[in-house]
Write a protein that binds this ligand. Sequence first.
Ligand SMILES: [Fe+2]
Length: 335
Amino acid sequence: MTKGRIKDIANILKLGHIEFRTTDLKRAREFYVDLIGLHETARDDDRVYLRCSEDRQHHTFVLRQAETAGLGHIGFRVSSEEDLDRMKARFEELGLPVRWAGNEMLGQGRTLRVRDPLGFTIDYYATIDSVPWLVQHYHLHKGASPTRIDHVNVLTPDAQKGYDWYTQELGFGCAEYTESEPPEPRIWASWLFRKATVHDIAVMTGQGPAAHHVGFSLPEPLAIIRACDMLAGAGYADSLERGPARHGISNALFVYVRDPDGNRFELYTGDYLTGDTSAEPIRWSLNNPVRQTFWGAPPPRRWFEESMAVESFDGATNQPTEPPLLPPVPNYVLD
Ligand SMILES: [Fe+2]
């Protein structure tokens, strides 16, 4: 069997799906389908399987009934079944907990589950059922009409370690990063990609392992405004946590929303193409507030201080977390 780092023996294609835990599956389904505009592919006793209009896979966002809210797991799609076998051998070589996850997800093939060095439960799979492309089914578009799952944003005490894992072992490109100043510069956060946009995953410094948000891509800027109007009209004005505004990093227009469980997602549009791995990543000083907000109000305190619990490899929801190695960045927080 081919030996080497994951980046040399397997091809991670993109962020495949995110699973959110919800304490009320019916309420969560109504929120994400009827209001936000995700498309339902299937459901079973515990889960609702959703996708966006461009997503041609059975699911890219899954809601699962659970005792508490938070993030279940993160799924990445790889090129082939053989990739999974090689990855399993590599993870075992690295001493990481790894197993075949069984066939519990509808529409999804053989799935390799690993506890990564940051403490996150990550699923890798190559096979997933194809479903109709809904881009031109305009009559089915509603709400914010998300076009695709874009990224997940996670918190870990040592974001330098996270950057190293994703770039050196898994072969992710880095579009942008924030760094503390000398004499000991350390990466505070990085935006890492396999698909040719700014990121599939962002790894930020924070109490962790924890999840910050999942990002859905929208078709154009007015979709952000429509989403805000509809959420406010439906009584969710207080759920609009931050924005609309434009990021410095990624250049995207955005609004952050808390769903009825308190789970956080971002509606996001207008980032740029990457994919040229010879391009130098864009560096931002941690002291530069423009990185967070190119224009618009600074983030509220809760955006920095509240996160989503992540399930452990064994399915426990009270996974211990550790404090960040670098201090938080309080200077841009409104009191
Ligand atoms: Fe984001």
